[in-house]
Structure formats: C-alpha cells, structure tokens
Design a protein around this ligand. Structure first.
Ligand code: TYM
Length: 379
C-alpha cells in the first residue's frame, strides 16, 4: 500500500509535545513508558518490549468525514471510503457524516436528515465495520463548533482567501456565505478535536489538511503545544476519480456515477461517458480514456491489460467498451447492494450504530476540549 499512497506533510514537521499540556497525545506507533504522565485511553493497550519494560502503545488515530449533500458516488468510494475502510484495521478509526458542513449548501431540513441517514447506510454497506470503526454524525459533537471559533481567532484571513474550494465555488456562481468561507476552519476543528494522526481523503481535500496543519501550528506557537499535526493520506491511484465527462467526479458537476444507483440509471450514466470520434476499426488511446480509467478501478490487472490491448488494436467501438465497464462495475458493487438490503431490514441498526459512535466521539472530543480550554484560558 505504501507505494500507491502519498503522505502529504508539507511544510511543518510534527513537533515534540509537552506532556503537561498534551496529556494523552500520541504519534503513530509511539511508545511511552508507563511511568510517564500520559493518560491511559480506552483505546490504548499494553505490550512488553524485549527488555521486559511495559510500554503503552497507542494506535494511530484515523479520521475522515463525508458530506451528506446527496447520494454517494464512486469518486467518494475510491477516493475516501475504500481507503478509510482498509485503514479501520490499522488503528482507531473515526468516520463522520459532515452535516454541519452540508448546511453551507443544503437548505432543506428533511433532505439533510434523509441524506445523513443514507450516508450512514451506504458507508456501512460498503464495508465500514462499526465494531472496529466509530461512525457518527458531525452535529452529535457540537463542541467542534466551539473549537472552530477558537481556531478562527488565530486564522489569518489570507489563509482562507487562498482556499481553492471556496474560490471554485464562487467561480461556479454559488453565493458567498460566511460558512462557505470559513469551512476550512470547521474542517480543521473536525480533525484536531480527535487528535487525529491520519486523514484519508481524495486530492481535492489536500489543501484543507494543509490549512489544518497551519492552524495547529499557529495555536501551538500562540498557546504552547496544544495540537499534534495530522497528515493527509491520499491514495495516488484514486486521488481524483473522473466523472462521465472526464473532469473530477462530483455531485455538483452532475457527472457522477452513484454507488447505489439503480441498474437502468447506472447503465445510462456509463453509456454517456464522453469519448472522441475515433471510428470503430481505428486504434484508440487508452491512456487518456475515461472508460479505461474507470475500468481500472473495478477490473483485475489482466482484464485491464486486455482492454488496453484491444484499444490499441482497434476493431472495438467505445460503446462495447462501455458495456464491459458497466458489467464489471455492476458485478463489483453487487455484494455491497446485498449488504445494504440486509441493513435496511433492521430498522434500528443505523440509529444504534450512530448513537454508540456519538458517545465515543464525545468522550474523545471532551478530553481534547478540556486541554484546549485550559491552554487558551477559558478554564
Ligand atoms: P466530500 O463530501 O466532498 O467528499 C468525501 C470524500 O470523497 C472524496 N472525493 C473524491 N476522491 C477522489 N475522486 C473524486 N472524484 C472524489 N470526489 C470526492 C473527497 O476527497 C473526500 O475525501 N470537506 C470534506 C468533508 C470533511 C472532512 C472533514 C474530511 C469535513 N470535515 C475532516 C476529512 C476530515 C468534503 O466536502 O468531502
């Protein structure tokens, strides 16, 4: 996995932490002797080193979020959900439904409620295991907005003015509300409030993690060592999944293929992938083809090599390649559709998972907020 993932840790190195302020903070894989003042977390466990010294081993903490602004698409799946699901075996994972964030664009209460529930359902259906990872709603941890306020008091205006996602949204004609502008501050709070080590995301979130690190450094410089610095975890092969028009797949571009779209609609979306006008018999360029890029997500190495070969050879039309892509995609997603049906049969399952998740997320957030309030003088 290390080969196809790039760790983004631009600029500032993770600093040493002062135990007096940072009680309980760990770095990934870090060991501290149990005579230290570090507090013992529920998630920590003990091991014995070869020297017979008892060490406290804190697992890496993994955090990510997803907005409930509509049905999830395969860009969300390969960019964030699949890597996040893989990481749940490697540390303490916390994943949340970013409903506060969705408020910056969604103004219908019932739609927000339905979408939030649906994101939970879809994430669980895709393989999030609530026994290993914590799933919760952003708004079940309202302390995060308090932290966002505190961070906003040290955030330079210029830092936010340079945020590309805000500038992109303005360029696409969205009206500029303050929430949209300060979105990166809330996102920084989302990450820092759990002492997160690693944040699995698609490439479009890279700048937000850099802003998070900048704000953490600013806080540490101003108030002493309050926060540790998280790292983005971006999987190079799927950092930007293209949509049916070849641009980044996004709900707001209308070029999405949904994970749980119905068969007819999904087939239609795949068959509308934009191609050039190369005739059937002519060789085709597989390197720049959206069909091939999407096929590579679902097919085996051999299947992919075979499709590329047939692109080069000519004699097969884009329509036939799209049909193959649809079949592969549909087959790949079948176990998730099945799991989704099963979850839907248990009416209280999702609510129970979210309630448990909220409880655990609150425990962590409360500990960190105590530290933050003490550091800035609110307590
Ligand atoms: P959101 O809801 O837009 O997207 C959720 C995740 O899916 C990834 N993604 C993609 N990856 C590859 N190719 C694509 N075409 C594609 N489209 C979406 C996104 O990169 C993201 O990882 N601000 C975040 C949500 C958030 C968050 C956080 C994430 C709020 N707080 C704290 C991490 C940590 C967002 O709007 O993601």
């Amino acid at each position: 996995m290390a080969n196809d993932e790039s760790r983004i840790s631009k600029g500032i190195a993770n600093r040493a932490v002062a135990p007096a302020v940072l009680s309980g903070i760990r770095t990934p894989g870090e060991c501290a002797e149990d005579t230290s003042p570090y507090s013992i977390r529920a998630s920590s466990f003990f091991r014995h080193s070869t020297f017979g010294i008892r060490h406290l081993v804190n697992p890496m903490r993994i955090l990510s979020g997803i907005q409930p602004s509509g049905p999830l698409h395969i860009g969300n799946y390969f960019g964030m959900m699949q890597p996040a699901i893989a990481l749940q075996a490697e540390g303490e994972a916390l994943y949340f439904i970013a409903d506060y964030h969705a408020l910056t664009t969604l103004r219908d209460a019932e739609t927000l409620r339905v979408n939030s529930h649906r994101v939970a359902l879809d994430f669980l259906a895709c393989g999030l295991d609530p026994e290993r990872a914590t799933l919760f709603r952003h708004s079940d941890v309202p302390q995060v907005t308090e932290l966002a306020w505190i961070l906003s008091t040290v955030a330079p205006m210029g830092l936010l003015e340079r945020a590309t996602s805000y500038k992109d949204k303005l360029a696409r004609g969205m009206s500029a509300n303050v929430g949209l502008f300060s979105y990166p501050i809330l996102m920084a709070a989302d990450i820092l409030i759990y002492d997160s080590d690693v944040v699995p995301v698609g490439k479009d979130q890279k700048q937000h993690i850099e802003i998070t690190r900048d704000l953490a450094v600013k806080m540490n410089e101003t108030f002493g060592q309050v926060f540790k610095l998280p790292e983005a975890r971006i999987r190079a092969a799927t950092e930007t999944v293209p949509g049916i028009d070849g641009q980044k797949m996004s709900k707001s571009y209308g070029n999405n293929i949904d994970i749980f779209g119905d068969e007819k609609e999904t087939r239609k979306r795949v068959m509308s992938i934009v191609t050039d006008s190369t005739p059937v018999e002519a060789p085709k360029d597989s390197e720049r083809s959206t069909i091939v890029q999407l096929y590579s997500l679902f097919a085996s190495k051999d299947e992919l090599a075979n499709m590329k070969e047939r692109f080069k050879k000519g004699g097969t039309g884009y329509g036939d390649f799209k049909k193959e892509l649809f079949e592969k995609l549909w087959e790949y997603l079948a176990p998730m559709r099945k799991r989704r049906e099963e979850i839907l049969r248990d009416k209280s399952y999702i609510d129970n998972v979210l309630a448990r998740g909220a409880k655990h997320a609150n425990e962590i957030a409360n500990q960190v907020m105590q530290r933050v309030r003490a550091a800035v003088g609110l307590r």
